[in-house]
Design a protein around this ligand. Structure first.
Ligand code: NAP
Length: 240
């Protein structure tokens, strides 16, 4: 039976690659996005993957949209919490809104999507949740107290929820990408990016597909014994 998967932020960047990898693996994929209608329309026409627009930081919107998807498509077996934003700045320059927006979307989105879907997975005895963290949640990063805190929180959230799902056939894992060649990284100033790449042992940025292959494995039947783990896919940048 084909599994039904939701990928948040699934219409571009790493999320696009994840949506395509899960589709290739046989899942019926729904890609969520926040506001870029033109990109979502182009993605949907090119891939045949349905898109739904809502803000993952909005608790009620997650509950309502997941209920709508369950009614229109079927029960949700797989959730990939990929949607994420940055609002970088040193602590001195970071506003409360910069802090709150990042916590609300990057960490709050994981809670909201789990509230909307985890119970159904437990009832049906099978489920996969994969949360996209970051190397900067593991190691910290200058000018990112908001982003590093939210991503670090994802790793704790993952281990805690994995314990609730472990005996119920529901696995919960995280992937911590290093620097991946997407719009998010394109926003980093070139001289800063050069210094970052110089510190990556494999000597290049990662490709979105390299993260997507890890997600596809964690969502597969074969990964039933993997739960509460964080897979670091970062070109050897941060080894521990
Ligand atoms: P991206 O290119 O900026 O794409 C972000 C995606 O998230 C877009 O589809 C966007 O929708 C969606 N999104 C943003 N806010 C949302 C919200 N409130 N509700 C629903 N969807 C929302 O980002 P990316 O580089 O692919 O990153 C994807 C994930 O990997 C993020 O969680 C990021 O933190 C993480 N990550 C990235 C890197 C990297 O090097 N790129 C490294 C480590 C971790 P719209 O298209 O509508 O804007």
């Amino acid at each position: 039976m084909a599994r039904i998967a939701i990928v948040t932020g699934g219409s571009r960047g790493i999320g696009e690659a994840i949506s395509l990898a899960l589709k290739d693996a046989g899942a019926t994929v729904i890609a969520n996005y926040a506001g870029n209608d033109e990109r979502a329309r182009e993605f949907s026409e090119r891939t045949g993957i349905r898109t739904y627009k809502w803000d993952v930081g909005d608790h009620q919107a997650c509950l309502d949209s997941c209920a709508q998807i369950a009614a229109e498509v079927g029960p949700i077996d797989i959730v990939v919490n990929n949607a994420g934003i940055t609002r970088d700045g040193t602590l001195a320059r970071m506003s409360y809104d910069d802090w709150h927006d990042v916590m609300r979307v990057n960490l709050g989105g994981c809670f909201n999507m789990a509230k909307a879907t985890f119970g159904g997975m437990v009832e049906r005895g099978w489920g996969r949740i994969v949360n996209i963290g970051s190397i900067n949640g593991q190691a910290g990063q200058y000018g990112q107290v908001n982003y590093a805190a939210a991503k670090s929180g994802i790793h704790g959230f993952t281990k805690a929820l994995a314990q609730e799902g472990a005996k119920k056939g529901v696995t919960v894992n995280a992937i911590a990408p290093g620097y991946i060649d997407t719009d998010m990284v394109a926003a980093v100033p070139a001289p800063v990016l050069e210094k970052i790449v110089a510190k990556i042992p494999v000597g290049r940025l990662g490709q979105a597909e390299e993260i997507a292959r890890g997600v596809a494995f964690l969502c597969s039947e074969d990964a039933g014994f993997v739960t509460g783990s964080t897979m670091s896919i970062n070109g050897g940048q941060h080894m521990y």
